[in-house]
Design a protein around this ligand. Sequence first.
Ligand SMILES: C[S@@+](CC[C@H](N)C(=O)[O-])C[C@H]1O[C@@H](n2cnc3c(N)ncnc32)[C@H](O)[C@@H]1O
Length: 319
Amino acid sequence: MTKRINKHIPVMLNNIKQYIPDDRKINVIDATFGGGGYSKFILNRYDVNKLIAIDRDDSVKIYAKKLEKNFPKTFKLLIGRFSKIDELVFQFKDKIFFDLIIYDLGLSSNQLEDPKRGFSFDYSGPLDMNMGFSNISALNVINDFSEKEISDILFNYGQERYAKKIAKTIIKKRKIIPINTTKQLQDIIKSCVPYSKKVKINPATRSFQAIRIYVNDELNELKKSLEKAENLLSDKGRIIVVSFQSLEDKIVKDYFNRKSGKKWRSSRHYPELVEKGPITLKNLTNKPIRPDIEEINLNSRCRSAKLRVAEKLVFEERL
Ligand SMILES: C[S@@+](CC[C@H](N)C(=O)[O-])C[C@H]1O[C@@H](n2cnc3c(N)ncnc32)[C@H](O)[C@@H]1O
């Protein structure tokens, strides 16, 4: 395996460390291993019994090598989707419970900055966007889906105001020539979104995010995983989630609110989370924690990050 430079800077570690139990030996799941920043931090600083890392992208294996060598009995990387967190964990070890399960959602800089993966409009590459274990790619969405389907994806997952116009233009252009690259897609989006001095982000940002979320079924991944993760927690075990866009943050917020008994309104994005049910969590962050300005200045990628934490109630406290 060739050496690859790890470009990913772990986000919000300063905030996260307040929530990592330091009064006992801990079992940990790092559900989004990425460049291994969180795993490395935890293994080096805490008294860890087991740390199981998960990632759906097998290109992360290279970043696990050193940890596997330095912590052979403690650390294990498993390749798979975190929606199957329970199956993944149990295939590896007898039933144990976890003191910490941590998610750092979305993409790592290593994925984003690899042109071959097609995640970014900053690099010209093939329209792919598959993080691993997806049945489709961005190429299928852009070249095979109907105008309505494309428009719905851009609107529902990217809140793109010009979704209809972009979808219409995609259909028109693909009749002339297949749309194969991120550059072609970006040019189409730019031609549909009016330029505004006020808006500083690239006009393709929302559409690229929407297509990526759809291709990787990211919202369902999170919904399926949270409940399973909760069942894997020990008493007073904690789930920590760092999210980077509002749809994901809303899922986490709704789940933590509902499970901690807070007055809960139904969620368009989470209808399956029913209103009645046992209270099993304590919400430790009623409002999400945001990165401080020093961190944003050092690592602009973290500017939209939101951190939420919930703790499993001890058995006698559950209602
Ligand atoms: C932001 S990065 C994590 C970075 C990591 N915390 C670090 O400090 O290096 C997110 C990682 O989660 C992975 N990922 C995203 N969705 C996933 C899912 N549903 N199942 C498993 N891994 C997932 C991505 O492949 C990516 O490597």
